[in-house]
Design a protein around this ligand. Structure first.
Ligand code: SF4
Length: 254
């Protein structure tokens, strides 16, 4: 029996339960048209906090998910808002062809903590066929980290090769060089300064500040750079908001 099909069938039945994933029901949410100023009016999804890896230095210390999105995230994480995985995939399949959408305004790739569940990611990649999904991950992929490193790399590389773009999130410019050298996906990074200038990494890779932070009126809906899996340029994010000082400290240390 096809393992993915059996998982999807299982999750479409009540009570929807993702076996082996904390052994708890997990919910996922799709907002059809985001009111987020940065993304603009594109579909955005939210995954539960169980997906966030402990290896992310922003977890509980500088995470940009605050305010109304945090309240929404808490509800999704408690399972009081959102859909079971199979229904969530149906929502992705129902998006218009060619639609740009962001997976995870909060949360990480499917799988508990440091793990990516390859079958679940493959389901998402398939549901995205013909659409322009993109996301970011802090799941561990470097040999210096702990966790299922090889498996995570394979799952990410496969998704990027099949049209679902996964950006590797770096914590600073040195980290960005290490992630870029893996060659499994495009890279974004926290920047260790606040002024709006482009820069290069220590190994000479070009870093462009996210246009939504430098150009009035630009949003993901009009930019789409993060969806381009074949780009060579690294996208830099300026620390901002209430957690700015913590994010700056992390970027300077990495
Ligand atoms: S670079 Fe473009 S797509 Fe990426 S976060 Fe910034 S505005 Fe959105």
């Amino acid at each position: 029996m096809d393992q993915r099909k059996s998982m999807g069938d299982r999750m479409n039945k009540a009570p929807a339960k993702i076996i082996g994933w904390n052994d708890q029901e997990q919910k996922f949410h799709l907002t059809r048209s985001s009111s987020n100023e940065k993304t603009g009016p594109i579909p955005v999804s939210t995954s539960p906090q169980s997906t966030c890896p402990d290896s992310c230095p922003l977890k509980g210390a500088g995470c940009y998910v605050i305010g109304p999105i945090k309240w929404h995230w808490d509800k999704v994480s408690r399972g009081v808002r959102g859909s079971a995985w199979g229904c969530f995939l149906d929502e992705i399949r129902s998006l218009p062809r060619g639609q740009l959408w962001r997976h995870n305004q909060a949360g990480d790739l499917p799988g508990d903590n440091e793990e990516i569940l390859p079958q679940f990611l493959a389901d998402l990649v398939n549901a995205n066929q013909g659409r322009k999904g993109f996301t970011y991950t802090h799941k561990p992929v470097l040999d210096s980290q702990s966790g299922p490193i090889e498996e995570n790399r394979k799952a990410i590389a496969s998704a990027n090769a099949q049209g679902f773009t996964i950006n590797l999130s770096a914590n600073g410019l040195n980290h960005a060089d290490k992630l870029a050298s893996l060659g499994i996906g495009p890279v974004t990074t926290l920047l260790p300064y606040e002024d709006k200038r482009n820069t290069t990494t220590p190994r000479g890779r070009k870093v462009v500040v996210c246009p939504a932070q430098t150009r009035e009126g630009t949003t993901c809906s009009t930019c789409g750079l993060c969806q381009r899996a074949d780009r060579s340029v690294i996208i830099g994010f300026l620390p901002h908001g209430a957690q700015k000082e913590k994010a700056l400290a992390i970027a300077r240390a990495n």
